[in-house]
Design a protein. Structure first.
Length: 366
């Protein structure tokens, strides 16, 4: 899919990189026009007030403004009262940290400290005059940063994450289910070569990075646990699908060797029954994947926990019937492979049920 010009601009430069450069230039120019010195204070203030996303910009605008006013006020009062010695610097910083923590503004403490340092660094003999000018420079930088945080909006990462994560869920679950079917039907294969899912791994990395960028936009109302579990199961589908494919490769080779104890295409009735039970498990998973995929975008209530005991009871009985008739290393390997596949089916079923129930509280709709 072709990227728009805006997406291409942000993918090359980065939203925060572009905003920061523009903010520094504008802050410096405004100070020079108004003859506010040193203009570098406005530039630095603009840099430290840049926000990576529009949602964070809106949430922090009030705190940013208030903490700068607070920092300037503390610095001016202490500077006029006690001077500008290093001890006063330390006292001012302690005060601003205590106040910010009390107001739950821990995320903007650095901004308040920056204002204090700029103001208290003014010359002693003309402290008030320089403090006023430097305060103006600080608020110019703050104003430029807040304005650009609103005007130069980065892409809506949460919306894009929703779409990309949905596609990754479909692709990775399809890969996992295909691996199951291939293993179950491996007796009919003359040869099988496992291909590394490079495309899926690359897509997983891209979606993970996108999730990191969108994390600040995801609120409690969006149910962050749902997004995390979806990423987790996508990663599991890919990794476990690889494991099953590698077992299938070894199984096909083993059955085709000259010392194999079985004809290449022959499967005992007992082992065929095991494969049939596994195929039933794959079909149940396939139906659950479709149900989860619909549930992510449609309102629904929590699903009662399904009773899987009958299915796994049948599986155990079928395994027992086969094990009574076979022995030796050749069959032991097959038994271990079946056990691994059964474990993966059980894992996928539990994860899908959990995601379905979590999504009952909040869908990925915008």
């Amino acid at each position: 899919m072709a990227k728009s010009s805006k997406e291409l601009k942000y993918s090359i430069l980065g939203a925060r990189t572009l905003k920061t450069g523009v903010a520094v230039a504008i802050a410096m120019m405004v100070c020079r026009v108004w003859q506010i010195e040193p203009a570098v204070f406005a530039a630095i203030t603009a840099v430290v007030n840049m926000q990576p996303s529009i949602s964070k910009s809106l949430r922090n605008a009030w705190e940013q403004t208030a903490v700068h006013i607070l920092g300037v006020g503390v610095a001016v009062i202490l500077g006029l009262t006690f001077g500008t010695s290093p001890l006063v610097f330390g006292l001012a910083v302690i005060l601003i940290i205590v106040i910010c923590n009390h107001l739950h503004w821990s995320g903007v403490i650095t901004l308040g400290v920056t204002s204090i340092v700029f103001i208290l660094d003014a010359p002693k003999d003309q402290f008030l005059e320089h403090a006023v000018v430097r305060s103006i420079a600080v608020f110019i930088g703050l104003g430029v940063a807040l304005a650009l945080n609103r005007v130069l909006k980065p892409p809506a990462y949460k919306v894009k994450l929703r779409d990309e994560l949905g596609r990754l869920f479909n692709d990775s679950s399809s890969y996992f289910l295909t691996s199951l079917v291939t293993f179950i039907s491996s007796a009919n294969l003359q040869e099988f070569h496992s291909e590394h899912p490079n495309v899926l791994v690359k897509k997983l990395d891209e979606v993970t990075r996108l999730y990191d960028r969108a994390r600040e936009e995801i609120t409690e109302e969006d149910t962050p646990l749902l997004w995390e579990r979806l990423l987790e199961i996508c990663r599991g589908f890919i990794e476990r699908g690889q494991t099953i494919d590698e077992m299938t490769v070894q199984r096909v080779k083993r059955r085709r060797t000259l010392d194999s104890q079985l004809p290449p295409d022959w499967v005992s009735p007992e082992f065929r029954a095991i494969l049939d039970v596994l195929m039933t498990g794959e079909e149940k998973l396939s139906a659950r994947v479709k149900k989860v995929n619909r549930a992510l975008y449609e309102k629904h209530g929590p699903e009662p926990i399904e009773d899987d005991i009958p299915y796994w009871t049948i599986f155990d009985q079928t395994m027992d019937a086969w094990q009574r008739k076979v022995s030796g290393v050749f069959y032991l390997r097959a038994m271990m492979e079946v056990a691994v596949v059964a474990t993966e089916i059980r894992w996928a079923g539990r994860r899908l049920r959990s995601i379905y129930n979590i999504s009952a509280s909040e869908e990925l709709r915008t």
